[in-house]
Design a protein around this ligand. Structure first.
Ligand code: NAD
Length: 592
């Protein structure tokens, strides 16, 4: 029989602790909530009140339940109040010396059978456990932010944690409505080891002025379906906490440069720009602790950035794969005349275009007559010459670099002057295609995030030669399709892929290291971080060969050791385990 936890303690009522108190109290467990000072206690109490009031306002909690929840919480200053609890969860700042001191104190104060848990994100649970005389009763209980919402709890066992303690804590997670994933003690555990490399890289892109903060966050929410952009998430986590987590993972997780904190994070921490909790981080908030973003000097103003856009009515699409079909469908559905030049004429693309239209490219217009009208706006051609009078060309051939360069040279010959020549490539530098023409100012990248029908983001990739007019035309065309654009430089992966694929590659490295399995890693990201798909489900959907090609391009350009493609990815591609379309990738796929 699992142990009954009727009274627990929570130490530190900051970003995480207040949420953890709420989780316990909501599930009928009495809580002694401890802070270091009366002021900090008042802040923690206010955080809990704000969160529960919000839940009532949103109809997720009845008023009487809120009152009962608060009645279960005993707010106290000082650890001595924890002498009679069954379990303590510590959630003080991410500093080993501080946590060790608190655990030594707890060991002295608490009953001998009390289980001591830390919510550390990156410190060794073992290092904390050995500060007590009961290391067999010490575990990691890593909740995710916001604790009342996120389903996952990583249960971290050390080499000395007793098996029955792990069992009891797992059962408790279930009682709290959480999914507990039990793992060994390793820097960053599962989710943070994958999340923080990505967050840190996002800060570096921002710091290098590759992309604005709003565009960066839009890239990952609209381009990948993540619940929050990386900079908004860092503001939620707290820059000080993020810095400590990265620093610890770097120092204790093999000195992986992906975890070496970006200099900007340190500067912001020093300047007191800690995120929501201080009212200012990457964004500015209406007051400390608020989630409400207010305009600041960095907020983009609506500017008329259309220096002489060219009207686009006729669009050429070159290619015969899924992307070409999706693009033809999107443009035709929006009222453009579309000429598709594919290797195998209508036979290759017509069916796929129809499917794309049927599957909801025209989600807002389910009427079949809309689909038929869109189809009627498409003509199929077998020669590039038929693009002589289009206003915009989209290349979606996914061909070899030489073939694509030759194609752009040919487009230069057949297309009328002033036409924007766009590539949808995700692996080839756009400038190479631009320089294959005599009109590099008119060449840019239009990277539609896939699946095209579900993701509304388009990256407009400008080279050092792209003209402002071509950029403005491309943005105007995408805006008319109802798509959000971000403008970024011509560097490998642009924004979305540059951040997404290294994270996927990190997940493969973690799997190969034997730390956790496919399901646990996928769960960590979906249930812990709210991602729509886990990394392995996503890799199987994208195709492992595609992922390998993108990762290689990223590595080739940056030479960052941390971006080297995972050998396991390479091996699976060599073995033909390419993902869902091949019937097998990281998982078996039947009935495709
Ligand atoms: N912020 C996140 O998104 C997140 C997510 C998961 C885990 N964590 C982990 O949770 C822990 C807490 O992080 P946080 O972001 O909530 O930090 P925080 O700075 O928001 O809160 C820490 C709280 O601990 C209190 N405190 C400090 N010393 C204390 C003491 N001696 N006794 C009692 N209280 C004390 C502080 O007053 C503060 O309220 C860290 O280990 C962090 O790695 C954070």
């Amino acid at each position: 029989m699992a142990r009954e936890f009727t009274r627990v303690g929570v130490v530190g009522l900051g970003t995480m602790g207040a949420g953890i108190v709420e989780v316990f109290a909501r599930n009928g467990v009495d809580v002694v909530a401890v802070e270091i000072s009366p002021d900090a206690l008042a802040r923690g109490r206010a955080t809990l009140a704000r969160s529960t009031d919000r839940a009532v306002a949103r109809g997720r909690l009845a008023g009487a339940e809120r009152d009962a929840l608060h009645a279960r919480v005993d707010f106290q200053v000082g650890l001595d109040a924890l002498h009679a609890v069954d379990l303590v969860v510590e959630a003080v700042p991410e500093r080993l010396d501080l946590k060790r001191r608190i655990f030594a104190e707890l060991d002295r104060i608490c009953r001998p059978d009390t289980i001591l848990a830390t919510n550390t994100s990156s410190l060794g649970v073992t290092d904390i456990a050995v500060a007590t005389g009961r290391p067999q009763q010490v575990v990691g209980l890593h909740f995710f932010n916001p604790a009342p919402v996120m389903k996952l709890v990583e249960v971290v066992r050390t080499v000395v944690t007793a098996a029955d303690v792990v069992d009891d804590v797992e059962a408790l997670c279930t009682r709290l409505g959480k999914v507990g994933v039990t793992i060994d003690d390793r820097a960053g555990f599962i989710a943070n080891a994958l999340l923080f490399g990505y967050l840190n890289q996002a800060v570096s892109l921002f710091e290098a002025r590759h992309v604005t903060r709003e565009d960066l966050d839009a890239a990952m929410t609209l381009g990948c379906g993540l619940p929050m952009g990386p900079l908004a998430l860092l503001d939620l986590i707290g820059l000080d906490t993020a810095y400590e987590i990265l620093n610890t993972m770097y120092r204790h997780g093999g000195r992986n440069r992906r975890h070496a904190p970006a200099p900007l994070i340190r500067q912001m921490v020093t300047a007191g720009l800690l995120g929501r909790k201080t009212g200012r981080g990457f964004y500015t908030y209406d007051k400390p602790g608020s989630a409400q973003v207010v305009p600041d000097p960095a907020t983009p103003t609506a500017v008329d950035d259309a220096p002489g856009t060219t009207a686009v009515t006729r669009v050429g699409v070159v290619g015969s794969g899924t992307t070409a079909a999706d693009l033809a469908a999107v443009f035709a559905a929006a009222g453009h005349q579309v000429v598709v030049v594919g290797a195998d004429g209508p036979a290759g693309t017509a069916g796929a275009v129809r499917t794309a239209l049927d599957e909801g490219v025209t989600r807002d217009d389910p009427d079949p007559s809309g689909r038929d009208a869109a189809l009627a706006r498409i003509t199929w051609a077998d020669a590039l010459e038929q693009l002589a009078d289009v206003d915009l060309v989209l290349e979606a051939t996914a061909g070899e670099p030489d073939t694509t360069r030759t194609l752009f040279a040919r487009l230069d010959e057949v297309c009328k002057p002033g036409v924007v020549l766009a590539t949808t490539t995700s692996t080839l530098p756009v400038i190479e295609l631009a320089m294959a023409t005599r009109r590099p100012a008119d060449v840019l990248g239009l990277h539609f995030c896939t699946p095209v029908r579900a993701r509304t983001l388009v990256e407009v990739v400008t080279t050092v030669r792209t003209s402002p007019e071509a950029t403005a035309t491309a943005r105007a065309v995408c805006a008319a399709l109802g798509r959000t654009t971000l403008v970024c430089d011509d560097r490998a992966g642009f924004v979305v892929d540059a951040l997404l694929f290294p994270y996927l590659n990190d997940a493969v490295q973690m799997l190969a290291a034997g730390y956790a399995g496919v399901d646990d890693i996928d769960h960590a990201m979906t249930l812990g971080c709210g991602y729509p798909t886990g990394p392995f489900a996503l890799l199987d959907a994208i195709g492992l060969d595609v992922a390998l090609a993108v990762q290689r391009a990223l590595y080739r350009e940056s030479r960052e050791p941390g971006l080297a493609p995972a050998p396991l990815l390479h091996h699976l591609v060599t073995a033909g385990h390419l993902g869902r379309a091949a019937g097998r990738g990281f998982r078996e796929h039947t009935g495709r």
